[in-house]
Design a protein around this ligand. Structure first.
Ligand SMILES: *Cc1c(COP(=O)(O)O)cnc(C)c1O
Length: 357
């Protein structure tokens, strides 16, 4: 089965093979050095040059979302969430769970985020904004410059879940004024799941380090992570093998021309697929879309039926849940899939449209 799913994605063979070398113990100077180098490169990929500004932990992406919520806020914060789908909704649930006062900017799944949506929240003493850069459930890529200006104007901090935009779309924490950014191993990095990363601005780090402990759970108390990272370690056992995979992936990115080349390749993959899909009669939504994926729909045939039917051709794509199940399905452009694979998938999509199989 070829996977075109929105994470995990098809791993590159060179990366997948690092596991065959076997596991090592991690509380060693060698492992610490490896981690420090790895985090330094990853920090450069997101434009954060603040020293010791990144930590990582063994958890899925949602773990990093939760750590972000509980560590970036105190009972005095008033949060705003961009909620246009599953992942925006998840931030709302996490804030609610942790008793942080919040309001959400609710968007319909296909409604483009614009300045007018933020206007009602101007000058209302909000202190922090949470957004999923790419709302993976619809693929909408929110305008971070718009959100950043809004935050600056209103004296708010900006927290960005870049789990599905990291290594697909351009990101620069410093230039954009992002205070906290998260990503994880199984999306843009095309590695196994299990490792999540948190990168912070200077002022966010200060806020976190000076926070009262009662607001955070023990496992996710980031003060322990920042303290341990001074010596390249984590308070608890990390996903050791995933770090080896990530190091191998970084090597691959560097050897194939570096970050910008990597981003250009993904953008090319996405636009090649989108254009062809449109040519054979599929519809791509009109809101801005991340290079990570393409949401598709077809008049007269339910999206979940198409996703299911594709399995008989040997392709796995991502169906949507809830209200979107019949409306769109998503094709991911990350990972070790080639133009040839994309052509075969498009052939299958054409056959399904024509009712051949
Ligand atoms: C995949 C994803 C997550 C994390 O999902 P997990 O299943 O917990 O790894 C969070 N946010 C976004 C935007 C995602 O795409």
């Amino acid at each position: 089965m070829k996977i075109f799913t929105c994470g995990p994605v098809a791993m590159y063979p060179g990366v997948a093979s690092v596991r065959s070398k076997g596991i090592t113990y991690f509380r060693t100077p060698e492992y610490a050095l490896l981690v420090k180098r790895c985090l330094k490169t990853l920090s450069s990929y997101i434009g954060n040059d603040v020293d010791e500004s990144m930590i990582y932990m063994a958890c899925s992406g949602t773990g990093a979302m939760e750590a972000a919520v509980e560590n970036s806020t105190t009972a005095r914060d008033k949060a705003l969430v961009i909620n246009g789908g599953t992942f925006g909704h998840r931030f709302c649930e996490l804030l609610q769970y942790h008793n942080i006062e919040f309001e959400s900017v609710s968007l319909k799944w296909d409604e483009k985020l614009e300045a007018k949506h933020l206007e009602p929240f101007e000058g209302k003493n909000y202190t922090i904004l949470f957004v999923n850069h790419n709302e993976t459930s619809s693929g909408q890529l929110y305008d971070l410059n718009l959100l950043s200006s809004f935050c600056k104007k209103n004296g708010m901090m900006l927290v960005v879940d870049a789990i599905s935009s990291f290594l697909s779309d351009e990101l620069n924490m410093k230039r954009t004024g992002i205070d906290l950014l998260i990503f994880s191993s199984q999306k843009g990095l095309c590695c196994s799941p299990g490792c999540s990363f948190i990168s912070v601005s200077e002022r966010m780090k200060d806020k976190m380090l000076n926070k009262e402990r009662k607001n955070t759970t023990s496992y996710f108390d980031l003060r322990d992570y920042f303290l341990n990272m001074k010596r390249g370690q984590t308070p608890y056992t990390p996903a050791v093998m995933v770090i080896y995979e990530i190091c191998s992936m970084i090597e691959q990115i560097e050897q194939t021309g570096g970050l910008n080349k990597w981003l250009t390749n993904i953008a090319d993959k996405a636009s090649y697929f989108r254009n062809k899909a449109k040519q054979i009669g599929y519809t791509v939504p009109s809101y801005p879309i991340s290079n990570m994926l393409t949401p598709l729909s077809l008049k007269n045939i339910p999206a979940d039926y198409i996703a299911e039917k594709l399995k008989t051709y040997g392709f796995m794509v991502s169906p949507c849940g809830g209200d979107l199940a019949k409306k769109i399905f998503r094709v991911c452009h990350l990972g070790a899939t080639t133009k040839f694979d994309a052509d075969l998938l498009l052939d299958a999509l054409l056959e399904i449209k024509e009712g051949i199989k």
